[in-house]
Ligand binder design. Structure first.
Ligand SMILES: [Fe+2]
Length: 225
């Protein structure tokens, strides 16, 4: 059994196409989406449709709810590109899910808006409360949102970050998690992709909000907004 968990496509079509090629080669048994298909990049309709077609399970991210719910007036570019049906789908996404894999019960969430932004270097004190909920205790937590992949162990269990397909911080490649059982393996998959094509896509989208920040982020992996 092998599954993929991915997130934070952020409207980046070339990065999503690199992920698609990797998934075709890996042929996982299941694919989970952990939020933020849209926002930041220029190809939100493509990424939204890809997530709906390619992933079997979905959790919403802060950008999905913000754009889908028309929360911010500056996001008109995304609303126009996505159209009402996709916006309604984004609004409808669940905020959490769970998965028992290789005997470990994992809690799955994007991060915000369920909890504050968690970073790769967040201390155990900030992460360990995520394992205890009114639905019981978890042996692992898998989340996204910080755009930096990692696999850590805490006194409470495993904590993993999917990293980002389309807007990676740190190393500007496309990242996702691959999990395999017998025995349990938790792997960060790192993919090069055509960043020049991603820049060209952004330059063609004249009304893309904070376009220069997005271009700088995908070129450098440095948060720029
Ligand atoms: Fe994100």
């Amino acid at each position: 059994m092998r599954i993929v968990l991915l997130a934070d496509l952020h409207g980046n079509r070339p990065a999503t196409e690199a992920a698609e090629a990797a998934l075709a080669a890996l042929a996982p048994d299941d694919v989970w989406f952990l939020g933020d298909a849209v926002g930041k990049g220029p190809s939100n309709d493509f990424c939204c449709d890809w997530v709906r077609a390619r992933c079997r399970h979905w959790v919403g991210g802060n950008w999905d709810y913000g754009v889908g719910g028309r929360q911010f007036p500056a996001d008109g570019f995304y609303w126009r590109q996505l159209g009402e049906e996709r916006l309604a789908w984004l609004r409808s996404l669940p905020r959490e899910a769970e998965l028992t894999f290789a005997g470990v019960r994992f809690r799955l969430l994007h991060g915000r808006p369920v909890t504050e932004l968690l970073r790769v270097q967040s201390p155990a004190d900030a992460l360990e409360p995520l394992f205890r909920t009114e639905r019981g205790d978890f042996g692992g937590v898998i989340f996204a949102d910080s755009h930096r992949p990692f696999v850590r162990t805490l006194a409470t269990g495993y904590i993993l970050n999917t990293g980002s397909i389309g807007n990676s911080m740190g190393v500007p490649r496309a990242h996702f998690l691959l999990m395999e059982d017998q025995p349990l393996r938790m792997t960060v998959v790192s993919l090069p992709y055509d960043r020049e094509a991603a820049v060209a896509d952004a330059l063609q989208a004249k009304d893309l909000p904070k376009r220069e920040a997005y271009i700088h982020e995908i070129q450098t992996g440095i948060y720029s907004r």
